[in-house]
Design a protein around this ligand. Structure first.
Ligand code: UDP
Length: 421
């Protein structure tokens, strides 16, 4: 495990062969050919290796870790190439599993939003909303759970059909129109280029709705950050394992077209499911991407730019959704924690339709289209579709890990039954 003692904070230098994109130097016959070196692919390779199965993982990017990839920038600050990742889970199986690949630092994620109050002045308030949020924004005097319950009861609008049918009905039924307008409506439009009414209720239900003073973003019992970043977890899972071969800069579809895929018993595909079936000419699924505008702000006193790691900007007058300031988290390198870095790195986050896919877009049209792809996938022999992009599900990291562990359980059972794996 490359996590203890004096080992480097930065991602490890990978072998030339790994970066070469050349599968001809990899074993020509393996049990699993895994497309994608993100969470799903890494978990399956790692688990299967412990049963003696061999894997070749290929990824078109030049690094492991998928969208979890983080690194140390030129100023010495640990940052994430694809946006902030905060690990949280309620699944003991997942927590036990991740403990095997990193030391973890407890960290309860707290988010503030910059939101206009009654006088039109922007104020920093807890998100998800708490008693403090409504007191600041609406000049209320809510000071107990029962006050807050009464406030919600006054505000809330019951969904017309009993159950909320979309994101707007979900939010209105939980927080009412005033908070909906200030916190959810425009943030959602910026994030998805759709208003909440055009999205599934589940998207808005991701945020807890509380009557208490608990201002943590997630309610889960385990919330923590990997001591040396997420990339180190992948290194600990994959590198140095004789059963696992990695080839980065390696495009699955190009290899497939060239007939250069090595022999394998099972293909584990973790990319976009519609890309897998692109040749069929069916409509494409919709994904959202993110773009980050990073800025290093020098400061001789080593101060902070904002109060919290993440500040949301739900109002429509700025084009970004949130600003991340990396220095706030406790898994920064020692120099950062000791205030020796004379400045701070921020990233303004913009959502976009173009770019690397990050999010499936949960709404009825995409769900119906996904079902068509899922039908094809179910009839496919020798291929397992796993993960956020292949399952078209808005998984958090822990859900992606659980999904891969459950897929592993199935493979194990299949292997036992057929002797094939
Ligand atoms: N959301 C919002 N206002 C906020 C925070 C979240 O409207 O201040 C809505 C928005 O639709 C967002 C969804 O809740 O896409 C889920 O938020 P989350 O922070 O879980 O999104 P992620 O971190 O996955 O981008």
């Amino acid at each position: 495990i490359f996590d203890s003692g004096e080992s480097s904070e930065a991602p490890l230098q990978l072998d030339d062969a790994v970066l070469s994109g050349d599968v001809s130097t990899a074993p020509d016959s393996i049990d699993l050919l895994i497309v994608g070196a993100g969470l799903s692919g890494a978990v399956l390779a790692e688990r299967c290796s412990k049963l003696g199965m061999t894997s070749l993982i290929i990824d078109k990017r030049d690094h492991i870790g998928g969208n979890c990839y983080d690194y140390v920038d030129s100023n010495g600050i640990r940052c994430s190439k694809y946006g902030a990742h905060l690990f949280h889970t309620q699944f003991e199986r997942v927590w036990d599993y991740v403990l095997g690949f990193s030391q973890w630092i407890p960290f309860d994620h707290r988010v503030k939003g910059l939101v206009e109050d009654k006088a039109g002045v922007k104020r920093l308030v807890p998100i998800p909303p708490t008693q403090e949020t409504v007191n600041i924004l609406f000049e209320e005097s809510v000071h107990s759970e029962s006050d807050m319950q009464a406030w919600y009861d006054k505000e809330r609008l019951a969904p017309p059909g009993g159950e909320p049918k979309n994101g707007e009905e979900a939010a209105l039924s939980r927080v009412g129109p005033r908070l909906f307008e200030k916190v959810f409506k425009h943030y959602t439009k910026k994030q998805w280029d759709k208003y909440p009414a055009e999205l599934d209720a589940s998207v808005l239900l991701r945020l807890p709705c509380r009557t208490s003073t608990d201002d943590r973003y997630f309610p889960d019992p385990w919330q923590a950050l990997p001591r040396r970043g997420y990339t180190r977890i992948f290194e600990n899972m994959l590198l140095g394992d004789p059963n696992i071969t990695l080839r980065l800069n390696c495009d699955f579809f190009k290899l497939k077209e060239a007939g250069s895929l090595p022999k394998h018993k099972l293909l584990v595909y973790t990319g976009q499911i519609d890309s897998y079936y692109a040749a069929l000419g069916m409509p494409k699924l919709e994904y959202r991407s993110l773009r980050f505008e990073e800025e290093f702000l020098p400061d001789p006193d080593g101060g902070f730019f904002q109060e919290a790691m993440v500040v949301n900007h739900p109002s429509p007058d700025v084009p970004f959704t949130r600003i991340v300031e990396y220095k706030h988290v406790p898994n920064q390198p020692q120099e950062v924690k000791e205030g020796k870095v004379k400045g701070t790195l921020i990233a303004r986050e913009y959502s976009s339709a173009e770019g690397e896919p990050y999010y499936p877009v949960p709404n009825p049209a995409n769900r119906a289209l996904y079902e068509k792809y899922a039908d094809l996938a179910a009839r496919e022999e020798g291929v397992a579709f796993v993960g956020r992009l292949a399952s078209y599900k808005y998984f958090n990291m822990d859900q992606a890990i659980l999904n891969a562990l459950e897929m592993f359980d199935n493979l194990k059972d299949m292997g036992r039954g057929s002797g094939r794996l």
